[in-house]
Design a protein around this ligand. Structure first.
Ligand code: BMA
Length: 341
């Protein structure tokens, strides 16, 4: 039994590989040796798949995938897998409909997350709404995808829903941004009773004085509920003289009031170090979007986009990750308050 309890459903299976003997800096996340799990040109008309999210489904897994087409425009594709590693990606963009059942296709759609709350799966992504903003859809069967009202005004990215209501409301992280490459940005949190009207906005966490996350941060995978708090994998960005570098950071949020950060690691959990993270369409990007976890032993698999070109997997144990975050904890005053001014 893990030291820290994971409060999430037990999966039938999940991809896994044991920690290698020689794990570099002995980090708490280690890369799958068969990375990338989705290579270039995976589907006709799609040049790259990356920054994508998966969940257990039926006797395997299902995922929503950012497919960048050969014309450079990204859309969301559906994929299925028996083992979470080998993916069968559908050749068509997900055919959203609006709440009246009329077809809805975003101008573009990227960086999807997939989160189940109660009996419904929600997909949230970035789309054009007179500039980059958040789109959301829901499905119960992965056949009909009903697009909901846009939750936030532009400009915004990196929407990540919590996997259960907190104090009766849906809770979503987001990162207000600009319409371009956004050289700033903190994570905020908003609540909704109905997935339509959003409010009670709170500031969750700032970019920090730590160089690897000093430019901007953004939510990554849906937070994992543990007995220590919500474990959040997020991305932190530094602005080097040769462009942005995206690393994976870790934080633990209060279970009842998640805008309070309990612990936050001053060091990254994973940073671009291998060819598929350092070399690609956009070099030096590790961009987490989903996890699978097993409450029985604390194993966690992190799905992340690498170099805006590939889907990759890293593994860890929640006990080790939480202990690492605690051991490297460095909070500022605005992490620990409720985030309202
Ligand atoms: C961000 C998003 C991500 C991308 C990252 C690095 O602004 O567009 O999709 O992975 O930049 O290019």
């Amino acid at each position: 039994m893990p030291k820290y309890q994971i409060l999430a459903p037990v999966p039938d299976k999940m991809p896994w590989q044991d920690k290698p003997e020689n794990n570099g800096n002995n980090h708490v996340l280690w890369r799958y040796t068969e990375n990338p799990v989705i290579d270039r040109n995976p589907v006709p008309g799609v040049a790259r798949i990356f920054n994508s999210a998966v969940m257990p489904w039926e006797d395997g897994f299902i995922g929503v995938f950012r497919g960048e087409q050969t014309n450079g425009v990204s859309f969301i594709y559906l994929g299925k897998s028996k083992d979470g590693v080998h993916w069968d990606i559908g050749p068509e963009k997900i055919p959203f409909v609006d709440e009246k059942g009329e077809p809805f296709m975003p101008v573009y759609a990227y960086d999807p997350r997939l989160v189940k709350v109660e009996d419904t799966y929600y997909i949230m992504w970035c789309q054009d709404f007179w500039g980059a903003a958040i789109g959301i859809a829901k499905t119960k069967d992965f056949r009909t995808f009903t697009r909901l009202e846009n939750p936030f005004l532009p400009f915004n990215r990196n929407a990540v829903l919590f996997p259960r209501k907190i104090n009766g409301n849906f809770v979503m992280l987001s990162r207000p941004s600009d319409s371009g490459h956004t050289p700033f940005g903190d994570i905020f949190m908003s609540e909704s009773p109905d997935m339509k009207y959003w409010g009670k906005h709170r500031h969750l966490m700032s970019r920090s004085g730590n160089w690897w996350e000093s430019l901007k941060i953004g939510g990554g995978a849906a937070p994992i509920e543990t007995s220590e708090g919500w474990l959040l994998f997020y991305h932190g960005v530094s602005g080097t003289c040769n462009g942005y570098v995206y690393s994976i950071g870790g934080a633990i949020l209060d279970r009842d009031e998640p805008s309070k950060v309990l612990y936050r690691s001053d060091s990254w959990l994973l940073t671009p170090e291998v060819w598929y993270e350092e070399r690609g369409f956009v070099p030096n990007v590790c961009f987490p979007c989903a996890t699978l976890q097993d409450p029985r032993d604390g194993r966690v698999a992190v799905y992340y986009g690498a170099a805006d070109s590939y889907v990759c997997l890293a593994f860890g144990y929640t006990d080790e990750i939480i202990d690492y975050i605690k051991a490297h904890n460095k909070l500022s005053w605005d992490d620990t308050d409720i985030g309202r001014r």
